[in-house]
Design a protein around this ligand. Structure first.
Ligand SMILES: [Mn+2]
Length: 329
């Protein structure tokens, strides 16, 4: 079912609610969770955020105002899932929150999904998915605005601003409509500080991250008449720079700073698979490319996890599949 009103009714009727999102949560995931959690607390709900894994340090400022116990990670010691409603935000793919999914499916809780990605898995009792929106934060804003006596507090305004700013590439991606800016105006009027939030998220990095970025930039190759940019990061790069995949947030977009590039790809070697991020401009279907490697996403932003023997194998396959898709548009 794709109906925000029935979801509103379910939320109003629920007493104990758990919110969760995807592994390696980004600002849209954390921001949506925090805003929803805070708005549910206004309604007097007993609500917790339980995520499948750790969040990056630059998003810590969004959860600082919660008292202890409200925000935590899933762990195997959790034996009871004591809630009547689970709300999954910013993902609809079970493999992105597998540990939490395994657990909630054993409970009697109703499971709701609020998301803006394509191809949802079939495990939700209700879903509110709008793939035309640039961020889950927009769906959350529209939903919580309908809560009785809703107050747009500073933590909610900051969280949603962070969610929308990051998922729109700082308001430059194609789905950044006038409606998005109208919501942003309300968040800023409620106290969200654009320069401070930008600084928290993008200007609190480490020297190690810049060293990794150096390796990423050095690795760039151009394919298909300089239209495709490819960044490769190896396990060795992480070891040498003492960094992790978290340090690669947004790096895939750097390919677009090269004139004429309309497809930007990044392949990251992990312990037992390759993490692939695909971005495109215009009609090139990044999601079809991702589907070929077992992943998914949007027309212009998609990704996959792929098992292969070597980086070379991955690059060869990627090169020919990208060319095939170029020829199909
Ligand atoms: Mn998102």
């Amino acid at each position: 079912m794709n109906n925000s009103n029935s979801i509103l009714d379910l939320i109003i009727a629920a007493k104990k609610i758990v919110i969760s999102s995807h592994i390696s949560p980004d600002a849209d995931a954390i921001g949506s969770e925090v805003a929803l959690c805070s708005a549910l607390q206004q309604l007097g709900k007993d609500v917790k955020i339980i995520n499948p894994g750790n969040h990056p340090a630059n998003l810590q400022f969004l959860i600082n105002h919660f008292s202890e116990g409200t925000y935590s990670y899933f762990n195997s010691k959790l034996t009871e899932f004591d809630c009547d409603l689970v709300i999954i935000v910013d993902t609809s793919q079970r493999k992105q929150f597998e540990s939490v999914a395994n657990f909630i499916l054993k409970s009697n809780a109703t499971i709701i999904c609020i998301d803006h990605h394509l191809n949802p898995d079939d495990l939700f009792h209700h879903q509110h998915i709008d793939t035309t929106l640039p961020a889950t934060g927009i769906l959350i804003y529209n939903l919580i605005s309908k809560f009785p006596n809703f107050k747009l507090t500073l933590p909610i305004a900051e969280s949603l601003y962070a969610a929308i700013m990051t998922d729109t590439g700082s308001f430059r991606f194609t789905r950044t409509t006038g409606m998005v800016h109208e919501i942003i105006a309300k968040l800023v009027d409620a106290g969200a500080n654009p320069s401070l939030i930008y600084e928290h998220i993008y200007e609190t990095g480490s020297i190690q991250r810049l060293h990794l970025l150096g390796k990423a930039l050095q690795s760039i190759q151009l394919w298909h008449n300089q239209k495709t940019s490819v960044i490769t990061i190896t396990k060795n790069d992480f070891e040498e720079t003492k960094t992790s995949t978290e340090d690669l947030d947004n790096v895939v977009n750097l390919g677009f700073t090269i004139k004429g590039v309309d497809v930007s790809l990044m392949i990251v070697q992990l312990n037992d698979n390759f993490k692939m991020s695909f971005r495109s401009k215009g009609d090139f279907p990044a999601n079809k490319l991702a589907q070929h490697f077992g992943g998914g996403g949007h027309l212009n932003a998609a990704g996959a996890r792929y098992k292969a023997n070597s980086l070379e194998t991955v690059l060869n396959e990627l090169k020919s599949k990208t060319e095939e898709l170029y020829n199909s548009i």
